[in-house]
Write a protein that binds this ligand. Structure first.
Ligand SMILES: [Zn+2]
Length: 229
């Protein structure tokens, strides 16, 4: 909470290094952003995401297009930015990341067929704890940018799953299966599913399967970051 409080008091300092922000900088200074491990193109990010999910989530899962901005490493400046976004209530930062993702998608030229955007839902207990779902804020940033509606009501959580980071890899893969339930009617043909960080891909896979089982013909994926293996 301290960082959030400081950011409210001093909105003109970088949330990572606390140095003053310059003209055109928002939340993070250019120096800190230059330390992010960013993908070189939207196409590259999609290919790496596809390969990572196929090899980590243990099973076939086809998705239409995929986008992410950065690789996530422990200790990278991005970790601090994402921590502020997730646990310190900086939801405007989540919207800003969403807006960057939307521009990234448009620059890649494959975003045209998407009909609506669905954030990966948080379990309601976690939502109470954090007071907002960061994936929904990211989705709103994307939606404003690409001009498509955000429809969180299309996907819900069925049961609580322990935090992915506390589980061994084999359990992490199995853990989210069956955790999601999609709304039964009027599922659009092509849905963009949004989360903050893809780790094993198992959460995305389980959420996408729920949407596909409910009638979505195509599911594309977008996340701020893909965890480096
Ligand atoms: Zn900085």
């Amino acid at each position: 909470m301290l960082e959030r409080f400081l950011h409210l008091l001093f909105p003109d300092v970088c949330i990572i290094c606390a140095e003053p922000l310059h003209e055109g900088e928002e939340f993070c200074c250019r120096r800190c952003i230059s330390g992010f491990d960013s993908f070189s193109s939207p196409l590259e990010s999609g290919e790496v995401l596809r390969h990572a999910i196929a090899s980590r989530s243990g099973g076939r899962f086809s998705f239409e297009h995929g986008w992410c901005l950065h690789r996530f490493h422990k200790g990278n400046p991005l970790q601090m930015a994402l921590h502020s976004m997730k646990y310190e209530g900086l939801f405007t930062l989540a919207e800003s990341f969403g807006s960057q993702l939307g521009k990234w998608m448009l620059s890649g030229g494959n975003a045209g067929g998407i009909e609506c955007i669905v954030p990966v839902p948080l379990h309601y207990l976690k939502k109470i704890e954090r007071s907002y779902n960061q994936a929904e804020k990211i989705a709103r940033g994307i939606g404003d940018c690409i001009g498509k509606p955000v429809r969180p009501e299309l996907l819900g959580r069925q049961r609580w799953t322990p935090s992915q980071t506390s589980l061994p890899a084999a359990l992490r893969r199995k853990n989210p299966e069956g955790a999601f339930l999609a709304a039964g009617t009027s599922i659009p043909g092509h849905i963009l599913l949004v989360d903050d960080v893809v780790t094993t891909g198992a959460t995305m896979r389980a959420a996408a399967k729920a949407l596909q089982n409910a009638g979505a013909e195509r599911v594309s994926l977008a996340a701020i970051a893909l965890a480096a293996s």
